[in-house]
Design a binder for this molecule. Structure first.
Ligand SMILES: [Zn+2]
Length: 419
């Protein structure tokens, strides 16, 4: 393993995508779930302003940074009858791990474990991170093991703008209108909240926010949250016979009636689950909070129905209003929207193939901003960035995959309308 300075990179585009990436990750843009404002942290403005300036300098049109730190910019069509295609990435990073100061390093991966920080003994082990095996002989941008890298999703931003720069320098490449949007607060689930779908004006879009560059994601969970409030009756335990209704125990009874294997720990692929994510309480009152997930809309509805019927049964047993169940849908599987425009997936698949990649469609066991946008009228599957191990100190980005994605994005834009 050797450390390679940036100027060793071959190819101007690779330099550009790396330079951009390093500039963006130098800024701490951690979002803050506890803050209800948008953006949820003031520090996201620095990147918003930098991107606005950069997009103006590149010669993009109608560049604007709005009052909530969303950045938009466009490249006009230079041919008729091509769709307006949107490309979207997010500026914030997750707050679970320190977001700064990032000390990135570019290393040529030759197999084996990667020492991120010799002093602190932080090592990225090949046996823990199987994805490393696909990068032998490639360059990885890694951290010093104390912070995030910020590849999620600044790699996506760097790829989109490097592609835009290329198109603006190559007017001979024919394309429809290109709509670029960068959002704040994706990591706290609010990136789509104030997205200006109408002003964006794309016929369809892609978020560039995934992992492996070959993966196309357009199937995500249907998601709901559930709150079970249990009203008990507290009385001195010495004289409780036939009187006490211990809310804690009743809460456990509710939980015990859910299918024991339909939990995150026992499910994968397309299997849904009920996840108990918080519980608190005393004899008098207890509360259980769940998230409910399933790719299949029908099974998703059945899962919610099951919770309702358990609550109804227990209310029958213990008295009306003992259990108060509140279910709230969070987002839906974008597949049903994407199926109305299958050419959006075909287009991405063809573009990846044209760049020598083997596209694979994989279900997301979560949600994306694109899922929300798809139900706001903008069909929006997710593409990879070449970033791995997001949301942790072992996050890294493969430089050659960033480069490949930059080319794939160009190919998506430049393909004929019918794909
Ligand atoms: Zn992301």
């Amino acid at each position: 393993m050797e450390t390679r300075p940036a100027f060793c990179m071959k190819g101007r585009n690779m330099m550009n995508v790396l330079d951009r990436f390093l500039r963006y990750i130098a800024l701490d843009t951690t979002s803050n779930e506890a803050c209800p404002d948008c953006p949820s942290s003031q520090r996201q403005w620095a990147l918003g302003k930098l991107l606005k300036e950069e997009m103006e300098q590149l010669g993009m049109s109608d560049v604007r940074l709005d009052a909530h730190c969303y950045v938009y910019g466009f490249i006009p069509a230079n041919t008729e009858n091509a769709p307006a295609i949107g490309l979207i990435a997010h500026m914030d990073t997750v707050d679970a791990v320190p977001g700064s100061p990032v000390h990135p390093r570019v290393v040529r991966y030759m197999g084996d474990d990667v020492t991120l920080n010799a002093e602190k003994g932080i090592v990225m082990k090949e046996k823990d991170f199987a994805s490393l095996r696909r990068h032998v002989g490639k360059d990885l941008i890694i951290t010093d093991g104390t912070t995030l890298l910020g590849g999620d999703d600044k790699a996506g931003i760097a790829e989109i703008l490097t592609m835009c720069e290329y198109l603006l320098n190559h007017p001979e490449i024919r394309h429809g209108r290109i709509c670029v949007g960068f959002t704040p607060d994706e990591e706290i689930g609010r990136g789509a909240d104030l997205f200006d779908v109408a002003g964006f004006g794309a016929d369809f879009a892609y978020t560039v926010d995934g992992g492996c560059a070959e993966e196309i994601e357009y199937e995500n969970f249907n998601a709901a949250s559930a709150r079970v409030l249990v009203h008990g009756f507290s009385i001195h335990p010495g004289s409780a016979k036939n009187k006490m209704r211990n809310a804690l125990r009743l809460g456990m009874e509710f939980h015990g009636m859910l299918p024991p294997h339909e939990i995150p720990e026992c499910t994968e692929g397309y299997e849904g689950f009920y996840h108990l994510c918080a519980m608190r309480g005393e004899e008098q009152e207890a509360e259980l909070r769940y998230i409910v997930r399933d790719h299949d809309r029908q099974k998703f509805e059945q899962k919610k129905k099951r919770m309702e019927s358990i609550a109804a049964y227990l209310n029958e047993k213990y008295g009306e209003n003992t259990f108060e169940l509140t279910l709230k849908d969070s987002y839906y599987n974008m597949k049903e929207k994407v199926q109305e425009k299958p050419e959006v997936i075909t287009r991405a698949q063809n573009a990846l193939k044209a760049c020598g990649m083997a596209p694979a469609c994989v279900p997301i066991r979560g949600g994306t901003d694109g899922a929300r946008l798809s139900f706001m009228g903008l069909v929006c599957p997710n593409l990879g960035t070449g970033g791995y191990n997001g949301h942790g100190v072992f996050e890294y980005v493969c430089l050659q995959e960033m480069q490949a994605m930059t080319e794939a994005l160009r190919s998506i834009i430049a393909l004929p309308a019918e794909g």
